[in-house]
Design a binder for this molecule. Structure first.
Ligand code: 3PY
Length: 248
């Protein structure tokens, strides 16, 4: 039995005042029993979120991370900086980073390694574009992105974190994969991991991301291989986000 995981990806949203209201509403929520919950917040607000969630079960994460320990990497943040603010882990390979910031499979694998090396968890994001789906390349693309990490670091390391399937065509478009479409990809991803290690595959939480909302979450979560969600815009509303957590 896998404990569901729900993460809120705030992306580049929020300012101190609105964050304080959102964090206050999340803190102490009773809907969180039986589900692991995390929020991935912009780096300037790590401290604010970490302090606000200090004595509550919600983990605070980074949205991306440098693979380097320190040095001349202008604009980047290191794993040690995350640890300084008591963050639990980071997203790696979100499509907005792969596409917008040119993050390659190799870089994502190096970010994964930096997190694991520090004992922090990684939420590895994979997903295909609309053109790739229409060309019938979905499984080839997501498997390639997954295997880039699996081959180097193994299935057990992956299972200490979370794998997020986020079809790029469902991000920020209001389109959501149907539960059946998502389930088919999740089952294939689990089979890829099982070829490396069956126990790790069974333990791995594979969550869906891409326009998840309170009103489509339950249908997605009813699928056997969908173990939670990585939530974008809906995570900026405490009531929506908590309703999704409750559905998990
Ligand atoms: C979305 O749902 O828009 C996301 O990108 C979640 O990470």
């Amino acid at each position: 039995m896998r404990q569901p995981w729900v993460g809120g990806n705030w992306k580049m949203n929020g300012l101190r005042e609105s964050n304080a209201a959102l964090l206050g509403a999340l803190k102490g929520a009773e809907q969180l029993a039986g589900v692991d919950v995390a929020i991935a917040v912009p780096a300037p607000y790590w401290q604010q979120a970490s302090e606000a969630m200090n004595d509550c079960a919600i983990n605070v994460m980074a949205q991306t991370i440098s693979p380097h320990a320190s040095g001349a990497y202008t604009g980047d943040c290191s794993v040690a900086m995350m640890q300084d603010f008591k963050l639990s882990g980071a997203l790696v390979g979100h499509s907005e980073r792969r596409q917008g910031a040119g993050e390659s499979d190799a870089l994502v694998a190096a970010q994964f390694a930096a997190l694991r090396g520090a004992g922090l968890s990684a939420v590895l994001c994979v997903g295909e574009t609309l053109a790739e789906r229409e060309a019938g390349e979905t499984l080839a693309v997501v498997s390639r992105q997954l295997v880039a990490v699996l081959e180097q670091y193994g299935a057990e390391a992956l299972a200490t974190g979370v794998l997020a399937y986020e079809p790029v065509w469902a991000i920020g478009t209001g389109l959501t994969a149907t539960p059946e479409q998502a389930q088919a990809v999740h089952a294939s991803l689990r089979a890829v991991v099982a070829a490396f290690d069956i126990n790790a595959a069974n333990a791995l939480r594979i969550v869906y991301g891409g326009s998840v909302k309170a009103d489509n979450a339950a249908g997605l979560f009813s699928m056997p291989d969908i173990d939670g969600a990585l939530v974008g815009g809906a995570s900026l509303s405490a009531s929506e986000f908590l309703a999704i957590c409750q559905a998990a």
